[in-house]
Design a binder for this molecule. Structure first.
Ligand code: SAM
Length: 285
């Protein structure tokens, strides 16, 4: 008999997305969240935290290209990079493709996410044992408070502002992030969806504006996050993501991307009018 098993992702209790699944590869509950890896019919393997889709093999490249390469090609020579969250490994994989990188520290709170992805989603996790990567299982909040290291680029690759990620969306956290950045450092953060979380985008941009003199937000369009149009925030004291973007570095890197390119880098900062109305007054350049 052919199986007809469907998984429903409920987002905010008013939208449901349904995916046909062939099998469950892992299902666990850590002290922070539930963690599931399933094999879907149409999108390859899928990671869910607390029932929300984090990554699918089919479209993870969009998110990981855009969180990583926009800041990495704006900074003239990123050597030290910090990732907070990112347990699936996709962001680390993209950071480590940059030849200038000497060290990448990744601080993920939940070992279960890392272990499940190492075992079942090598597409994203394949570089989690890379010699330039230091993987620390800890709360990112504590790490930025206590470390004395400085980073050129910090990527906040977190879940939504609920559960363990909620404190990653507040001012005290960004004060410590700033302390961990070099003077021309850049921080990029998972910036939610303008359709469903425009208030949270405003809060985050307001917090970044308290600490940084350049604040922007840029968009990407993907397959599995509700509404399709999602954002990353960008902040720095010195580097503007458009004015300081040196396209020649993309060409000379010889890196090939499935989503990112020089035109997308610039275009991502062009905001639709309904979004401008909500966030433009909080941007700084
Ligand atoms: N691409 C994803 C998305 O936005 O749906 C994010 C992927 S990644 C799986 C997010 C990770 O952030 C999760 O594994 C979660 O455990 C981690 N995380 C949440 N809060 C954290 C914290 N306070 N410190 C470190 N990692 C955290």
């Amino acid at each position: 008999m052919q199986s007809d098993l469907w998984l429903e992702e409920k987002y905010k209790n008013f939208i449901g997305y349904r995916y046909k699944i062939n099998k469950t590869l892992f299902s666990g509950k850590s002290e922070f969240q539930s963690v599931d890896v399933v094999e879907t019919e149409g999108l390859g393997k899928m990671l869910l935290n607390d029932g929300l889709v984090m990554v699918t093999e089919k479209d993870e490249f969009v998110y990981h290209d855009m969180i990583t390469h926009v800041p990495m090609f704006t900074h003239p020579h990123p050597e030290n990079v910090l990732i907070i969250g990112g347990g699936d490994g996709g962001t680390a994989r993209e950071v480590l493709r940059h030849k200038s990188v000497k060290k990448c520290v990744m601080v993920e709170i939940d070992k279960m996410v890392v272990d499940a992805c190492k075992e079942h989603i090598p597409q994203t996790s394949k570089d989690l044992n890379h010699p330039k990567l230091e993987l620390i299982i800890d709360d990112g909040l504590e790490y930025v408070k206590n470390t004395t290291l400085k980073f050129d680029v910090i990527l906040i690759d977190s879940t939504d502002p609920i559960g363990p990620a909620a404190p990653l969306f507040n001012s005290a956290f960004y004060q410590n992030v700033k302390k961990c950045l070099t003077s021309n450092g850049i921080v990029v953060s998972q910036g939610e969806s303008v359709f469903f979380e425009s208030h949270m985008q405003q809060v985050l941009l307001g917090i970044l504006g308290e600490h940084f003199s350049k604040v922007s937000i840029y968009n990407y369009s993907n397959l599995t996050y509700p509404g399709g149009l999602w954002s990353f925030t960008y902040a720095s004291d010195t580097l503007d993501p458009i004015k300081n973007f040196n396209e020649a570095r993309v060409t000379s890197s010889n890196l090939k991307f499935n989503y990112y390119n020089e035109q997308i880098h610039r275009a991502a900062f062009a905001l639709p009018s309904f979004m401008k109305a909500k966030v433009q007054h909080l941007l700084k350049n």
